[in-house]
Ligand binder design. Sequence first.
Ligand code: UDP
Ligand code: MG
Length: 293
Amino acid sequence: MEKISVVVSCYNEEKSIPLFYEEMENVISKDFSDIDVCFEYIFINDGSKDKTLEAIKKLRKKDERVRYISFSRNFGKEAAMLAGLEAATGDYITLMDADLQDPPKLLREMYNWIVENNYDCVATRRVSRKGEPPIRSFFSRIFYKLINKVTDFEMVDGARDYRLMTKQVKDAVISMKEYNRFSKGLTSFVGFDTKWIEYENVERVAGETKWSFWKLFKYALEGITAFSTAPLALSSILGLFFTLVSAILILFIIIKTLVYGDPTSRMAFNGMYNGVYGWNSTSFTWNYRAIFV
Ligand code: UDP
Ligand code: MG
């Protein structure tokens, strides 16, 4: 029997986890009842500070298909997804958020695209950002415009990490041993036939977002630096430019000093000694002695 692994990264999701599980079970019993497929859940507790681990353990007690990994501290969603993918034993693997913003009811459609239409991966994209702070949407759009200009492959605006992939795609993704991972880029990078499906944004079912503006900003920078040499090229060009400007200025100062002398040094010495000691020095020689003798 074929197996679908459901990988769920969780950081402070004690309230969402039971709701997520309930919704998934509904979908499995209704939408997958006509086919011979089984499921496994892999929850990753990403160093939560609330009772997330207890909530997962509670599920494990009543359902043997539930497995979990618990991190010693918060390593971030990317690390959680990687650990989940590595632990998954299914023929198909889906990555999902615990807050039901990745609707489980899309799963059957995603599965059909792979099984009936021979896609390797089905990815999802939000077509609206309803309910999201406008400032976050604004910076997200800028990010996608920028990253698509500086990389050779397409990053889809509104793309979610929510996807269903074959084992082959999963193996390709985890074979990329990136330290600072940016999964949306990695899945585009590895290629394969990908079907995109769209849906309206859904607000989280409980709890609150774990992404501060600063965390998102750092994540966006990781995305750009991991998939483009543009920042490197830009710093090389800037470095070269400023080296040239400095060389020209140095030449200018040398030639100017040779031609006109250096009238500023005497004034500077005088100014300094007048300031510090209150002397009313008049000659350069006098100041010179004051300093070095
Ligand atoms: N998450 C995680 N580690 C983190 C931050 C978030 O595992 O350091 C999980 C979180 O529990 C959720 C998913 O990643 O299941 C998406 O996070 P969130 O809903 O806060 O992000 P948003 O939907 O606001 O982009
Ligand atoms: Mg969310």
